[in-house]
Write a protein that binds this ligand. Structure first.
Ligand SMILES: [Ca+2]
Ligand SMILES: [Ca+2]
Length: 104
């Protein structure tokens, strides 16, 4: 495994606990903590996180065991979904660029 992927995984853990420790249980995200994480860590792509109903929707989606908070396992599902979406976008973009330049 490359060092950068190990680093990415470590960063993921650090980011989660940076937000999970601010309110209530130290190891899970409340709606407020999730909102802060989405706004600060996903930047422009999560502008919709300023809308409370959007955050509530994401919270409901992620809260698999319905205990009202998001634990690390539930959080990773979001990161995976965003990563897959980013990968699809990248592959599509790459195909377009290659096609445009008559490389495929
Ligand atoms: Ca918490
Ligand atoms: Ca939960």
């Amino acid at each position: 495994m490359s060092a950068s992927l190990t680093q990415a995984m470590a960063d993921l853990i650090v980011v989660f606990y940076k937000y999970s420790g601010n309110e209530g249980d130290k190891y899970t995200l409340t709606k407020w903590e999730l909102k802060n994480l989405l706004q600060n860590e996903f930047g422009e792509s999560m502008n919709a996180a300023h809308d409370t109903s959007v955050v509530e929707g994401i919270m409901r989606e992620l809260d698999d065991n319905k205990d009202g908070v998001v634990d690390f396992k539930e959080f990773v599902v979001l990161v995976t979904a965003v990563t897959i979406a980013a990968n699809d976008f990248f592959l599509d973009w790459k195909k377009k660029v290659l096609h445009k330049n008559h490389l495929i």
